[in-house]
Design a protein around this ligand. Structure first.
Ligand SMILES: [Zn+2]
Length: 130
């Protein structure tokens, strides 16, 4: 089954994120350490994204939807999402992933829209703070 990249708005992500089968993947680089993040999101920096792909695959076992984002989701977010899609199509592994998405306007858009952010320094974020 061919998978393609689609976009979600912050409003759509807000309801999607309640589903335990959805993983949010933050691919910002150093901004992740000083800017807040979306609660429960995984962090795989775009700079090392291709090397860390096997770790990401492990981290999203059992998920069926991944939502990628960077600060604006213009370059890094979609680029990493495509790398992931390419990996999926080449991989012989049996993955449950059905949807690979990008958050429109990225983390900045999410924050400006007044969506909840998390300021913890836990790695990975447990997503329990509000
Ligand atoms: Zn957090």
């Amino acid at each position: 089954m061919a998978r393609s990249l689609s976009y979600v708005t912050s409003t759509q992500l807000l309801s999607l994120a309640r589903n335990p089968r959805v993983a949010i993947v933050d691919v910002r680089d150093e901004e992740r350490s000083y800017d807040p993040h979306i609660g429960g999101s995984l962090h795989f920096a775009s700079e090392t994204f291709s090397q860390k792909l096997p770790d990401l695959i492990q981290a999203v076992k059992g998920k069926d939807t991944l939502v990628f984002h960077c600060a604006l989701s213009q370059v890094r977010g979609p680029t990493c999402a495509r790398l992931f899609l390419d990996h999926l199509s080449e991989s012989k592994e049996d993955m449950d992933i059905k949807n690979v998405m990008v958050l429109e306007r990225g983390f900045n858009g999410w924050q400006h829209a007044g969506r909840p952010v998390c300021t913890c320094t836990d790695s990975p974020c447990k997503g329990t703070c509000s």
